[in-house]
Design a protein around this ligand. Sequence first.
Ligand code: JB2
Length: 217
Amino acid sequence: MDTCIIIGAGGHAKVVIDAIVLQGQYKPVAITDSDPKRRGSSVMGIPVVGGDEQLPELLGKSIKHVAIGVGSVKDNLARKRLFDMAVGYGFIPVIVVHPDAVIAASVVIGRGSVVLAGAIVNPDARIGENVVVNTGAIIEHDCEVQSHAHICSGVRLSGGVIVKEGVFVGSGSVVKQHIRIGEWATIGMGSIVVRAVEPHSSITAVPARKSKMRTVL
Ligand code: JB2
């Protein structure tokens, strides 16, 4: 089995490591983390060997594969930076698919993307590079999720939604069919998105609107 390194030793790394182990294709053998206090500790039995300055040495030890274990809260820039850095060093980003994710045969997934437990990705959806489809998210048919986006736990993207590069869609949000979300936009947790979202903008939960008066007897 090929070995792989994990970048980041926090909560998201645990979930990624668990999925990699269950997937059974790669064996995580070392973690880098920028926090010096984490050096010498371990996550799920995998040692934290130091910061990212260790990466060239690990590559020299024939560890060729990498998974980004740093998640994101409203910002995917760090994940993009780490992905670009690892690729720049010559690492191969692994595609991680939890065995309990459901992915249609026609779905295309780019390198370094992670699809976690209970997620569903339906026919003809396209997933770019370094995307996170987090636990229980639903990506409906014909959606396009571009690189470095993070579709958080429990999100539902209806059919044909376009999520541009670097977008963050917060937990539990629902996006109406064929909506386009501009690059590096941030959608706050629990939002109901019924209109296009401007690039680099930030929106939060859309409040329920009164549709029609109704008398309840
Ligand atoms: O440049 C870096 C770097 N920046 C932060 N290089 C490396 N190698 N590591 C880095 N880190 C490390 O990522 C931090 O020192 C820290 O140990 C870890 C982030 O851990 P944390 O638990 O704070 O967040 P997370 O990214 O693992 O998880 C967040 O995102 C997930 C999607 C949390 O909000 C989770 O609750 C969420 N599920």
